[in-house]
Design a binder for this molecule. Sequence first.
Ligand code: NAD
Length: 248
Amino acid sequence: MATDLKRFSEMVRESSRIVIFTGAGISTESGIPDFRSPGGLWEKHRPIDFSEFLQSEEARRESWRRKFAMESVLSKAKPNKGHKAIFSLYDRGKVTAVVTQNIDGLHQSSGIADKDVIEVHGNTTYAKCLKCQTRISLDVVREVFSNNETLPDCGQCGGIVKTATISFGQAMPVEEMQRADAAAQAAELFIAIGSSLVVYPAAEIPLVAKQAGARLIILNREPTPLDDFADLVVLGEIGETLDFVTKL
Ligand code: NAD
């Protein structure tokens, strides 16, 4: 057995306060493309940043078009081996929190309680009014938008409606970032999985854990800029690696 996998499973076995941090890479095996890999979303679309979304009706239309085009993939996506392996550690009481940059809700679908998943970039499975924060179902938005691409507005206050995700240029959610910070500070072992670790401020969270005394493992198929800070870097595919190390 490769030494790094043996070390990975030992570190997991030795720890009872593990915090998991995931990026888009954990969901590629569920058929959801990540941003930066070949064939990833950035090869197809330039991201629409928050100020553009606010200022331009066409940008809002384009963003709803993209959202509904991705819906056939997202609505069918199921947790894969990687999500399931994390759930098995959680179910054994070893994982105290999952901090995720993902917006797909697959950790919750794998069985992890909502209260233990900290979504620092929001969630794309529903929409929200940007003014009064009312939650709005995507079915309602779809119905409005299907009428000649009419832009949805909030039934309560008339505000602009957007998926409940955090776009580039949009403020990070304060409560979630505080919870992520507290989870990182309390971690004994922090495992960053499937993230290029270049999107800030989310990429600071593994460093917060490390500086507070946690051991840090990074699992990704390619190197990341934080590898030098890690106690262990495992270069590999997420599903098979996690399945293997959590069953040892
Ligand atoms: P990223 O695209 O920048 O990085 C993903 C990393 O995962 C890459 O380094 C890639 O090599 C690696 N990877 C992909 N599949 C893998 C696999 N099967 N095994 C091992 N490694 C694999 O993603 P990021 O760091 O999460 O940052 C981008 C932003 O994209 C996040 O803010 C997130 O909100 C958003 N996003 C989310 C989803 C989703 O919810 N599933 C999908 C695309 C983008």
